[in-house]
Ligand binder design. Structure first.
Ligand SMILES: N[C@H](CCC[C@H](N)C(=O)O)C(=O)O
Length: 314
């Protein structure tokens, strides 16, 4: 599979043809590469079909950083269902399909604004996802604010097999990983998260010192998580300022994890470590997160940037 980047396609629908499409008997995929704080995605205009244009296996190949385009996942903009404006689906770089992606939905909103020529206008969309209704809004400053819905804390719904220890939730519970006992709080933002601030009786985490490639997979594939898990390693600078690194389910160590940052703030509040409004520093940059008391919804605000436009023969 060779990658030929095309000139930026006209700002119209995916129906615009390109020289690739005229090649004898070949099919090509138009895409736009975006990133949210370095968590990067291939975005596909899929508004003309209710099924993704490519398979999970093809997504794995496109996400490969040597033999493909390179990305943490592929995101599809599909027609809405039950009255929503759009549907968002995502394949991780390992081909698995998660329920939701926070950095991805900010990129999705900017992608839609470009496709629909809505640029420069304050726009808000209703998006059906595996995590339910998600509402991103493009602000005048270009940042995207997303209503991420309510966190799910009931252990069985995260899901985790860990015994709940605080109103059906798993809060600062013990999890043994490779012989080491960690204190963890489990939160779903539609997708599962295991949040830790350190080991039992240990010093506060210095997240930069962690070997994520060594420890991350052991959390991701731990028996306590029947659907695997994303894992957030969090350091508390102050009650309104966290620092975090993530090992993502199906994608590995990423430069940022939006749902993970939301889960980290929820966990920090539940453990009495933080206020409901925090700046979360990720390797790729900061996100503003608020777990609002009035509606129990989590709000995330951050950037989403275009990197390039392309077409790839399939
Ligand atoms: N790997 C995640 C999906 C992407 C989440 C992350 N990139 C975000 O920004 O929320 C999972 O399998 O649940």
């Amino acid at each position: 599979m060779s990658i030929e980047s095309a000139a930026a396609p006209q700002k119209t629908s995916s129906k615009s043809s390109s020289f690739l499409d005229q090649r004898e008997g070949s099919r090509s995929l138009h895409f736009v590469k975006y990133h949210g704080l370095g968590n990067d995605f291939i975005l596909v205009d899929n508004r003309d079909s209710s099924e993704p244009k490519i398979t999970p296996e093809q997504a794995v190949k496109l996400c490969d950083r040597n033999f493909g385009i390179g990305a943490d996942g592929v995101i599809f903009a599909l027609p809405g269902v039950n009255g929503t404006d759009y549907t968002m689906r995502i394949f991780n770089s390992d081909g698995s399909e998660p329920e939701m992606c926070g950095n991805g939905v900010r990129c999705f909103a900017r992608f839609i604004a470009e496709l629909e020529n809505l640029y420069g206008k304050r726009q808000s969309f209703t998006v059906h996802t595996g995590a339910g209704l998600i509402v991103p809004e493009i602000q005048e400053d270009g940042l995207v604010k997303v209503d991420m819905g309510q966190p799910v804390l009931k252990a069985a719904n995260v899901p985790t097999k860990l015994a709940s220890n605080k109103n059906d939730a798993v809060v600062k519970s013990e999890l043994v990983v490779d012989g080491v006992t960690w204190n963890v709080t489990c939160v779903s933002m539609g997708n599962p998260h295991c949040v830790t601030f350190g080991t039992k009786g240990g010093e506060d985490l210095q997240v930069d010192a962690l070997n994520l490639a060594q420890i991350g997979p052991k959390f991701e594939h731990h028996d306590a998580f029947p659907a695997r898990t994303n894992t957030e390693f969090v350091q508390v600078y102050s009650p309104s300022h966290l620092k975090m690194r993530a090992w993502e389910r199906g994608a590995g160590a990423t430069l940022a994890c939006g749902t993970g940052a939301c889960a980290a703030v929820v966990a920090a509040v539940l453990e009495g470590r933080a206020t409901r409004k925090c700046t979360v520093d990720l390797p790729g940059g900061p996100l503003e997160i608020e777990w609002r008391e009035e509606d129990n919804h989590v709000y995330m605000t951050g950037p989403a940037e275009v990197v390039f436009y392309g077409s790839v023969p399939l």
